[in-house]
Design a protein around this ligand. Structure first.
Ligand code: PMP
Length: 422
């Protein structure tokens, strides 16, 4: 573009932005929360369980049953593709289960550790980026150093990971969100999972934190199946390498669902041993009402179809507005995920923070730029995570129109600045 064209473009975008500000919007696309309409789908839970005994006649109101209610574990074992003896049903948060595992590995060591991780000079973790901000905050809080690798369309960059873990025993583990990753929507292929399960690691107690938060959260008819990491690892003679996590946070109630941990029987024994020092049993009343509410694994799948009917149009709207406003302009790329809770928007490098600041001044709250990176630092300042599930559809439209205006203004500002400087 000529300098004059650029100046005109900037003026246009500034005018569009002033119009946007004048609308006095107040919209929020920050966190991947279910909408009230989605939560309403599970309101029958508020009237369950209909009795206080499980299928074996155990009174769920009492202490006991550390591993969780058997019928709910059976249901989710089938859904997660694992054996029932490999699954624990816990409290309302899988993130807490991840935190517990990490803390116990630091304090006591994993089932196959020679000593507690905290006794090592250094503990490092491989973090595919962009990734889930709370994974990174958790590691940072424990002083675990984060090594980033790219998240590709078929999962984490396994060549980069294999190189990091081969000779450095301080690299103790990694995160993987295998299905509809937060925030890129990528699905880890069986080939990548197989290599992660089999790769040689200098640390004998290397762990894959396999966070399958979105295992069942399909947005289309194509129900992607997650690679069977426990079997792949067992076949590669590393049965204790993966620890899988999942929950019903985005199936029933985000604040009152049930979380699951699945792993080898030795890992389960290790987990329950540590869990038992601080708990006399989980909330089996919640387990039972979930089991009764769903009825069967198919009941869970049917329930997810009802979520899909509510949220798929919101994702389609994000794609429609971005395509119409930004398509072919060379200022952004984004994904149209097949599942999960996020859209990953990459804007002109160096402008993501500016886009988020512009949006904030116009009343649209976006996840802070850099959030999907360790230490909140996106080296290219390019990545923005969009979470469209919570607002009603018309607000998603308004918010995406606003985001598009901010992306264009920030891109025009940068182009003019660079043209002036050169
Ligand atoms: N893992 C991922 C990848 C997530 O996106 C989220 C929720 N945003 C969680 C875990 C949190 O799960 P829970 O509610 O079970 O703690």
């Amino acid at each position: 573009m000529s300098a004059a064209d650029l100046a005109t473009l900037l003026e246009e975008q500034r005018a569009a932005y002033e119009d946007l500000k004048a609308r006095g919007l107040k919209l929020d696309l920050t966190r991947g929360k279910p909408s009230a309409e989605q939560l309403d789908l599970a309101d029958d839970l508020l009237r369950l369980p209909s009795e206080a005994r499980d299928a074996n006649g155990v009174d769920v109101r009492n202490y006991g049953g550390l591993e969780g209610l058997r019928e709910l574990r059976e249901m989710f074992a089938e859904l997660l593709g694992v054996e029932v003896d490999q699954v624990v049903a816990g409290g309302n948060s899988s993130l807490s289960m991840m935190r517990d595992c990490l803390v116990w590995m630091m304090l006591f060591g994993a089932v196959d550790s020679k000593r507690p991780w905290s006794k090592e000079d250094q503990v490092r973790f491989v973090c595919p980026v962009p990734g889930y901000d709370r994974h990174f905050t958790l590691l940072e809080s424990l002083g675990i150093e984060m090594l980033t690798v790219p998240m590709n369309d078929d999962g984490p960059d396994v060549d980069a990971i294999a190189a990091l873990v081969a000779d450095d025993p301080s690299v103790k583990g990694m995160w993987v969100v295998p299905t509809y990753a937060n925030p890129t929507g990528a699905v880890c292929s069986v080939e990548v999972a197989e290599r992660l399960a089999a790769m040689p690691t200098a640390a004998p107690d290397f762990k894959i934190f396999w966070d399958n938060a979105y295992a069942l959260h399909h947005l289309g008819d194509d129900e992607t199946e997650t690679a069977d990491i426990l079997s792949l690892a067992a076949a590669a003679d590393h049965p204790d390498r993966p620890v899988m996590f999942a929950s019903t946070s985005k199936i029933t109630f985000a604040g009152a669902g049930v979380a699951f941990l699945a792993a080898s029987t030795d890992n389960i024994r290790w987990y329950l041993q540590h869990l038992g020092t601080g708990s006399i049993g989980p909330d089996k009343v919640n387990h039972l009402r979930h089991a009764e509410f769903f009825g069967s694994p198919q009941g869970v799948r049917d329930h997810m179809a009802r979520h899909r009917a509510i949220i798929a149009p919101k994702f389609a709207e994000v794609d429609r507005v971005l395509s119409e406003r930004l398509g072919g302009r060379g200022v952004a790329t984004w994904n149209a995920p097949a599942g999960g809770y996020f859209v990953n928007l990459d804007v002109v490098p160096g402008t993501a923070s500016r886009v988020v600041a512009l949006a904030k001044d116009a009343g649209i709250a976006l996840t802070p730029a850099g959030s999907s990176f360790p230490y909140k630092q996106d080296p290219d300042d390019t990545n923005i995570r969009l979470a469209p599930t919570m607002p009603p559809l018309e607000e998603v439209t308004a918010a995406m129109e606003a985001v598009a205006t901010c992306v264009l203004l920030a891109a025009a500002e940068q182009a003019v600045e660079r043209a002036t400087a050169s």
